[in-house]
Design a binder for this molecule. Sequence first.
Ligand SMILES: [Zn+2]
Length: 330
Amino acid sequence: MENLEAKILQADSLEALEKVRIELFGKKGVLAAQFAKMKDIPGPEKKAFAEGLNKQKAALQALFDKRYEELKAEEIERLLKAEAIDVSLYGTLAQKGALHPVMETMDKIIDYFTALNFSVETSGMVEDDFHNFEALNLPKYHPARDMQDTFYFKDGGLLRTHTSPVQIRTMFKEKPPIRMIAPGAVFRRDYDVTHTPMFHQVEGLVVDEKGKVSFANLKAILTDFLQYMFGDVDVRFRPSFFPFTEPSAEVDISCIFCGGEGCRVCSHTGWIEILGCGIVDPNVFKAVDYEDVSGYAFGLGVERIAMLMHKIPDLRSLFEGDIRLLEQFR
Ligand SMILES: [Zn+2]
């Protein structure tokens, strides 16, 4: 029987111990075989034999139970170690993204006008001569159509130089009244501190029955818009010229850097030029077969506004893809 005790003590895992249990206590086990011998033992000795056997069985069972508890505890210990989570370890931080300052500025502009019930219109970036120039009162001889300014394709198509063609396409598609903005990328052959070959514009157009839309409306909405973008600034309108508006004006805000005192950014004038606008030229309405209407239009460069709002000195840095610039806008 010592051999049996050794077997129990030597079992080094719960699986091994289970095998020992079947070998000892099972139906065909060692103990069962011992008990089976009882029937051959003569009456008087039977009792003593049975008592001895039961004692042995109880001793083995106790030894087995003790070993089982030991192995079970070891197993739990092993699992705890294997499945432990070290909460003091550093995780991988998820990097928070940011909107590009140009898109963020564009969104802010769009928010303002959609709140005033303007629709947002878009069309393709590849345009034809008619929609980009001709319909906008920019006839063939106009200097703005210079090869120096425009990217032309061999077939006469071109990359739109402003988002104004969207206005033409919308007017062909819909009848007045129209109240729209056209945000999007535009292309010109320019590259220096304040110019890139691609930049973004938001243009606006309001058309209604003759007499319903005036320069006063235009002035009021743009003044409110610029104060929404830049806070408490003065706004002034200067006479200017654009082919598609008559009269035309350029709009300045009081310098947000010096408050109008004069500094390097505003060339010591106290004013910063911010957008162009005007009353839609009758030739534009003629091109889209609109009659007895009046309207106003305005257009602004999104990058220029983003640069002013964030004090970015070089326009080109917005398009160099340097992550260090974007990280500042998280
Ligand atoms: Zn200034």
